[in-house]
Write a protein that binds this ligand. Structure first.
Ligand SMILES: [Zn+2]
Length: 164
């Protein structure tokens, strides 16, 4: 059975789906299941070839991961502007207390963020990581978030980590 191309599916391929089963074949033919921190680098450099079995309801399909960068973007190893909506730059962020917040002096508060730099948030985890690195913000990625670019994005954050 010839493996299908994951790259041909673009963003449709579920690189980060838990049920996906990765198979790595090293240059010497050694086969390992699953991935580790070095998988991307080995696949990118050609030291190994990476495959994935995508289980379906009736049949599973074998794919070759022929674009390791897509794999890395989906796993947050490479910044992905398309998936996250976020440019890899220093964001210009304003925030205000969300109108729903009843305990404005709590350790975690719900805020409404406005990104004046023109970014949108499609991946709160990626935004939280950037804001932690840039400004020390501690955004609760397990909490609910949402909203729109026009009204602001609401999210939970540790109050004392927020800069004005
Ligand atoms: Zn930005």
């Amino acid at each position: 059975m010839e493996p299908r191309s994951a790259a041909a599916l673009g963003a449709e391929f579920p690189y980060a789906q838990r049920t996906l089963c990765y198979i790595e074949i090293a240059g010497d033919g050694a086969v390992t299941h699953g991935t580790d921190a070095g998988t991307y680098e080995r696949a990118r450099s050609g030291q190994s070839r990476l495959f994935a079995v995508w289980p379906g309801e009736w049949a599973s399909h074998l794919f070759v991961i022929d674009d390791p960068d897509e794999y890395a973007r989906a796993h947050g190893l490479l910044h992905d502007q398309e998936r996250t909506g976020l440019t890899d730059h220093r964001h210009s962020v304003r925030w205000e207390l969300d109108p729903s917040e009843k305990k404005p002096m709590g350790s975690y508060i719900t805020i409404r963020g406005h990104l004046d730099c023109g970014c949108t948030i499609r991946d709160l985890g990626a935004f939280a990581k950037q804001m932690r690195d840039q400004s020390g913000w501690d955004i609760a990625t397990a909490g609910g978030w949402g909203g729109s670019t026009s009204s602001g994005i609401y999210m939970r954050a540790r109050r004392k980590s927020l800069t004005p």
